[in-house]
Design a protein around this ligand. Structure first.
Ligand code: DX5
Ligand code: ZN
Length: 216
């Protein structure tokens, strides 16, 4: 067993049997449940309303990792904390006071995270590293599940892997991840993987077990 942490993306679950999928992920030993919240403005899609959070919480005690793809997230972080989020990730481009919002998330007892879009440079967000505990590298343009991994993000992942050791944040990738990409990116120092469509295409338990058994 390796030290990889798997964050199944609930956006990719079967919402006709969400309770069942969430229970199966618990039995399979998922580390976090990744909750994508989308406002139809910062990203061109809507996603995961509060009733979904309540359904997930009612059927599992796996910690929730909440990815807020919404403008001015400070208005809503308390609510998502109350719904059970242990990690709350914001997009710096969507927040005029992102440093203050990260501090607010920490004060609420959650781990503050930043998401870095494919078109956003590490240089432009590096002041935030000392105050965040989690960095989510977007390996697709955010908004939809089932997209293809963007190859040009690999250089950024390697750079952030070095910085994660320096600053002590957890490094996570999100978008188009499958078992083959886990095999490729884990040796670069990535420990946390959000996986949506590749997990729910078949039996999520089987994919989780396969990734757990990989040797690095
Ligand atoms: C994309 C979301 C992802 C998405 C991942 O905007 O942030 O979390 O659900 O799904 P896959 O693994 O299908 O790309
Ligand atoms: Zn996400």
């Amino acid at each position: 067993m390796n030290n990889i942490k798997i964050h199944p993306s609930i956006l990719g679950a079967n919402h006709g049997d969400l309770a069942g999928d969430v229970r199966r992920l618990g039995l399979a030993g998922a580390d976090y449940l990744h909750m994508d919240v989308m406002d139809g403005d910062f990203v061109p899609n809507f996603g995961l309303g509060t009733e979904i959070f309540k359904c997930v919480r009612a059927n599992s005690d796996i910690p929730m990792d909440t990815h807020l793809m919404i403008r001015e997230p400070a208005r809503h972080v308390r609510y998502f904390r109350e719904l059970g989020s242990e990690i709350i990730t914001i997009h710096p481009e969507a927040d005029r006071q992102c440093a203050a919002t990260l501090a607010m998330i920490r004060e609420m007892g959650a781990i503050p995270g930043i998401a870095i879009n494919p078109g956003t440079s590490v240089e432009s967000v590096k002041e935030l590293f000392p105050i965040c505990g989690h960095v989510l590298v977007m390996t697709v343009n955010p908004g939809f599940g089932g997209q293809k991994f963007l190859e040009y993000t690999v250089g950024k992942i390697q750079l952030l892997s070095r910085l994660s050791k320096e600053y002590g944040f957890s490094l996570c990738v999100d978008g188009g991840i499958d078992t083959e990409l886990v095999k490729r990116l884990a040796p670069m120092g990535v420990i946390n993987f959000v996986i949506g469509s590749a997990l729910f295409r078949g039996d999520p338990g089987e994919v989780l077990r396969e990734i757990r058994s990989l040797a690095f």
